[in-house]
Structures are given as C-alpha cells and as structure tokens.
Design a protein around this ligand. Structure first.
Ligand SMILES: *[C@@H]1O[C@H](CO)[C@@H](O)[C@H](O)[C@H]1NC(C)=O
Ligand SMILES: *[C@@H]1O[C@H](CO)[C@@H](O)[C@H](O)[C@H]1NC(C)=O
Length: 426
C-alpha cells in the first residue's frame, strides 16, 4: 500500500481499475423501469446489505459484468439494493436474497441454479440470446451437437407445432437451448417419420416427439431435457421435480472412488440405457456425490454407496430391502416401485414436515457446534441460562413475599437479604 501511495502512476491505475470495475455493474434504483430502453437486456441482482450470500456473490457479479462487457455482449449487468429501491423490488416481487433475474423486453426470467460464475453466465448467454437458434448448415448442427448434451430441434416449416414449440421455449429457455433446422441440413442418418417434427438429440441417439404418445409438448420437453444418466446436484434434483418422473440415484462417496462406488454407478447407468423403453417414461437416472440433500430427505445417515429412488413431487423415497448386487436386484426394485409393492417412505404429510423441521434445526445446531463451538454454546446456553435465572428469581422471591404474612418462618439468610434491601431503599 505504501508503494502505491508513493507512486502516483500506480495510484492512478489502481483508481482506474476500481472505477472501471464498478462501471461494469450498474446500481439501479426505482427510476430504472422508466429510463431503460425497451429492447435492452438486463441481468439484475437484487440484494440486501445484511445478506451474507449477497456479499459472497459480489466478486462473481463483478466478474460477470466485466466478462460480458469484454465479450461485447448486449447484456447489461445491474444490481439493486432492495431495501432502498423498494419500488423496483416490489415490481419484481423480491422475497428472498439474492434474487437473480434477467429482463428481456418485458419478459422476466428468474435464475435458480448454483450461484457460480459459470452457472450464471450460461444462464445469461442462453436467455439473453435468440429464443430459437437456427442451425443453417450441417457444420453449425455438428458444432451445437458437440456443445450440448441435450438438444431440442424443430424441423420443418411454420406450423401450429412451431407455435407450441415457441411458447414452450419462452418458458423453458431458463433450462435448455432451443434450435430449429430444415430437413436437408440434418445428417442423412436422422430419419423422421413426418414433418414438421420436434426432435431431441441426447445420449448419442435421438427421439421424435409424438403427440399421441407423449401428450403436451411442453411437458415432454420438461421430461426429456435431462440426459439419460448424469451427475446430479441438489439444484438439478430440485429442477427435476417438475418433470413428474421419479429419480433413481446411485449415491457415491465423494471423497474417494471405491470399487463398490463404481459398481453402483455402472449398474444404474447400464439399466438406464439397456432398459430405456421400459423405465425411461417413469424414471430419471443419475448419480450423486454429495449426500447432504439426501440425508436431509431421509432425515438420517445414508449408506454409501447405495441406491435410492426419490419422488420429488411429495418428498417421498424408496429404499431397496437388501444390498443391490446385480442388475436383477435393481430391476426387481424398480418393478416393485412401479407396481406398488415397495413402500414409499417419507413424504410431505404434517407429521413428516414436523419431523423435518426438528431434523433441520438439529443439523443446523450440529453444524454450528462444529464450526463455531463457542458461539454454539452461547446460542444454546443463553436461553437455558435465562430460563434458569428466571426460575431462580421466582423461587427466591416466593419466601420473601410470604415473610410479610409470617415473619417467623423467614430464614436468617433471607432476613439478611431483606434487611440489605431495606437499607438500599433508605
Ligand atoms: C398446441 O397448442 C394448442 C393451443 O394452445 C393446444 O391445444 C395443443 O394441445 C398443443 N399441442 C401440443 C402438442 O402441445
Ligand atoms: C409421487 O408423488 C405423487 C404426488 O404425491 C404421486 O401422485 C405419485 O403417485 C407418486 N409416485 C409414486 C410412484 O409413488
């Protein structure tokens, strides 16, 4: 710091950096909605000064602002203190912090993924770009194929299906990309029964949407937007809740890769690809390396590695009775879930919610004790101490009140006490 002070050029450049860094992110107030251009695209973070998650996000937000600017992106990056610019916060229905939202024309897209630079940048680039991206050459198609694990493509001319595809994209662009193409651009190997068609490319193969079999287009896209078998984190698992499918999870130890872990992983992966026709409609498949979400769901420790099936619509879960050693065991387990012979545990009944509430408090306290034992003792000890003092005072006062009625029964110590009190009141 002293070298900065001594060197005016250095000081100037430091100031320049500070000024230019803050210029990447604009502070927005209540006048924002009137003054912004109608076609401007904004990525906005709503925060509160006291919110620690918001503070953690600050450096990420600056990085995002500077990166988008240096890429020449049309996306503007802003932030707004929701406790000061209350009008704007109300307009965006801000309830929790930080709230990340993208405003494109008059449509708002709320971000719910992990609060990392990569996660937010992906979201911004996807939502900020065209709603449906045209793939006009085989080269573009192949480039897109290399970049996306799951890819939806509309093939054909304008039609009612195209209208449905567009309205699905308006809602689901927060989750996945939407493309369009023409029949002659796609590789010859992609055979389509008829046009127009909506095709999803994933897991090295493709499927065509069939209204009769698959129902509503938007729900189908919502179900199919996940790869057949992949690494699932708690955000993804939460997002899968909308699809209405159950999720088959191989739970793996994240610290070390044991032979057992690998066996579970490849077993679930094998069933997901070999028996896709039978189970693909009812189940998602994946593996999870962080057990904390599942421990919260089960409200206890889980055996690792193992298999669990989760019903996200009702927080229910299914556990196999014994160890899952072979493919047959896993198939029997899945069949049992489908025909109702394997009992669903957990759920979101009143009793379960109370249990979950108690469990969450216990886990929070345990975490607190592990990371800040002194503060934990204080937090738990303080109310106990208060209650103890309260009862002590009550008990102590009771004989003192009775000594007005019956002076003889007063013990010497209390007499001393009341005499002391008399002296004080003099
Ligand atoms: C397309 O949209 C129309 C009108 O909203 C609806 O009636 C129809 O069921 C939709 N079709 C599909 C396949 O989603
Ligand atoms: C999952 O939960 C939903 C909502 O409660 C329920 O309708 C559905 O039957 C459950 N699925 C299974 C397989 O238990």
């Amino acid at each position: 710091m002293s070298s900065v002070r001594r060197n005016p050029v250095l000081l100037f450049s430091v100031l320049l950096v500070v000024v230019s860094v803050s210029a990447f992110v604009e502070e927005l107030d209540d006048s924002f909605l009137e003054t912004r251009g109608a076609d401007d695209i904004w990525l906005i973070k709503f925060y509160a000064p006291w919110c620690s998650f918001c503070k953690q996000l600050d450096p990420v937000w600056h990085q995002i602002g500077s990166e988008l600017k240096s890429l020449g992106s049309p996306i503007n990056v802003g932030k707004s203190d929701a406790t000061v610019s209350k009008g704007l916060a109300k307009e965006f229905k801000v309830r929790g912090y930080p709230l990340i939202v993208m405003l494109k024309k008059d449509v708002r897209y709320f971000y719910s993924g992990p609060r990392t630079k990569d996660g937010i940048m992906d979201f911004a680039n996807r939502v900020g770009g065209p709603l449906i991206r045209p793939l006009n050459s085989l080269q573009l198609f192949q480039h897109a194929m290399n970049r996306h694990d799951v890819m939806f493509v509309y093939v054909g001319a304008t039609s009612q299906l195209k209208g449905n595809y567009t309205s699905a994209a308006e809602e689901l662009i927060i989750h996945t990309f939407f493309f369009s193409s023409s029949r002659d651009v796609l590789p010859k190997a992609v055979s389509l029964p008829s046009l127009p068609a909506v095709v999803v490319f994933k897991d090295g193969t493709f499927f065509t949407f069939d209204e009769e079999r698959d129902g509503d287009l938007k729900s189908w896209i919502n179900r199919e937007r996940f790869p057949n078998f992949f690494r699932i984190d708690s955000y993804t698992l939460y997002a899968m809740g909308d699809s209405g499918k159950l999720v088959v999870l191989a739970l793996l130890e994240d610290s070390r890769v044991s032979e057992d872990s690998l066996r579970y992983k490849s077993l679930v992966e094998k069933v997901s690809s070999d028996h896709r026709d039978v189970y693909g409609r009812s189940f998602h498949f994946g593996f999870m390396e962080d057990s904390s979400y599942i421990e919260g769901l089960v409200m206890g420790d889980v055996i690792m590695p193992s298999v669990i099936v989760v019903n996200l619509s009702n927080d229910g879960y299914f556990l196999p009775e014994g160890a899952v050693e072979t493919e047959r065991h896993l198939l029997d387990f899945l069949n049992g879930i489908l025909d109702g012979t394997v009992q669903c545990q957990g759920g979101n009944g009143v009793l379960q919610r109370v249990r979950r509430f108690v469990y969450d408090i216990r886990v929070s306290l345990m975490l607190l004790f592990r990371h800040a034992p002194v503060f934990g003792c204080f937090l738990v000890g303080f109310p106990f101490a208060m209650v103890t003092v309260f009862f002590y005072l009550c008990c102590k006062n009771r004989p003192t009140t009775s000594d007005d009625d019956d002076n003889d029964s007063v013990t010497p110590s209390l007499q001393r006490h009341s005499r002391l009190a008399d002296k004080k009141s003099d």
